[in-house]
Design a protein around this ligand. Structure first.
Ligand code: ADP
Ligand code: MG
Length: 352
């Protein structure tokens, strides 16, 4: 798939006059100038971009190039990235960090401070131990969990802004930005889209949604919130949004079942186990996708009450909580913007 896209990119760049010619011809013949929405597997997930009536092959190519570039810097699942290098130098030396690494890691550490360390980008050793989302996923021994827990502490990440370096103070420490990198990536794509003055678009990075503009003048986009009980569930809620990100963290995204028990991918740095607090999913609605992404994981870790209190302190930010009793709670800003589509789920009002 990526080879094909590279070919497309070269094609688009070298023969732009030809594409303009075809576009002009196309619009003349059918009044339809747009290129269909495009989907690729990047950042470990299925990414779909829809630029609606303004999509051109060149803009789609630039967007997917940027997504691949971000993956090549921030992924913790490849051994050739900036994050992998920082991790392999843990306990030894400070590593030159890319601007993307410094920006996303600094943002992640701010969420660690705000959540008292529940959100912790040094969760890497535990993520690797559990292997959730891979065929090797299994419940580890308590001994292995305890050994990894000793390595997890966001305070042991030393960023030197002046020298542009990152140092992990203990050998074996590993950064994992899986809870925030897709959010950052969506914001970067929004910048490209704005640069081309495209006023209507949907960026969907594996369910991390960023809506640009409105569906039509005066009409918001309607975004579905998934049934968190099933892996490929339909929408159980519809939500009106304009110029906002909607990011969901849920127990259904990456998990495995052992002896009848579900183990999902959001790990509590206090216990080393997937967090269990009765929540099935948390969706965050906020202007910037990096915040929505970090907050969906953070608030999931904090639980309904502390999570809702935290959200109410943040401007232009709201949350939807769905719990194991099929109760749906929303923060105050969402009243009137949400519709229940599946009557098995009950809107139980506001949380404070
Ligand atoms: P997804 O990436 O599936 O959309 P999230 O944004 O909620 O879901 O991120 C979950 C990912 O975050 C995990 O797969 C793991 O890489 C990482 N992670 C797990 N636990 C924590 C934690 N306590 N703090 C920060 N990141 C975490
Ligand atoms: Mg997240």
């Amino acid at each position: 798939m990526s080879q094909r896209n590279t070919d497309r990119t070269i094609h688009a760049r070298n023969i732009t006059y030809l594409s303009f010619f075809f576009l002009a011809l196309f619009s003349f013949s059918s009044c339809k100038t747009s290129v269909a929405p495009q989907t690729e597997f990047v950042l470990g997930t299925v990414c779909t971009i829809n630029l609606y009536d303004k999509g051109t092959q060149a803009v789609y190519a630039e967007i997917f190039d940027r997504l691949r570039e971000i993956e090549a810097i921030l992924s913790a699942n490849r051994d050739d990235t900036n994050i992998a290098l920082i991790n392999s130098n843990a306990g030894q030396t400070a590593t030159a960090a890319k601007p993307e690494t410094l920006y996303v890691l600094s943002a992640a550490l701010r969420y660690s401070e705000k959540t008292n360390g529940r959100f912790d980008p040094t969760i890497g050793p535990l993520v690797k131990l559990w292997n959730i989302g891979t065929e090797y996923a299994a419940v580890p021994s308590q001994e292995d969990i305890s050994m990894r827990l000793a390595l997890i502490n966001y305070r042991n990440v030393k960023i030197d802004e002046k020298a542009q370096t990152v140092f992990l103070t203990k050998p074996g420490m590993k950064i994992d930005l899986g809870a925030i990198a897709k959010g950052y990536a969506a914001d970067q794509i929004a910048e490209i889209i704005e640069k081309y003055h495209i006023s209507r678009a949907i960026v969907d990075l594996g369910g991390n949604i960023l809506a640009i503009g409105e569906k039509k003048p005066g009409v918001p986009w309607k975004i579905g919130i998934r049934d968190p009980e099933t892996e490929k569930g339909g929408s159980i809620l519809a939500l009106d949004i304009r110029n906002e990100a909607v990011v969901t963290s849920g127990v259904y995204e990456r998990y495995f079942i052992e002896n009848g028990k579900r183990y999902h991918h959001i790990l509590d740095p206090a216990t080393g186990f997937p967090v269990e607090n009765g929540l099935l999913s948390v969706s965050i609605i906020s202007p910037k996708s990096i915040d929505a992404d970090a907050l969906s994981t953070s608030v999931f870790l904090l639980g309904e009450n502390a999570g809702a209190r935290f959200i109410e302190t943040l401007p232009d930010t709201d949350a939807i909580f769905i719990d194991q009793n099929r109760k749906v709670y929303v923060t105050s800003g969402l009243m009137g913007r949400i519709e229940v589509l599946d009557e098995r789920f009950k809107l139980s009002g506001e949380l404070n």
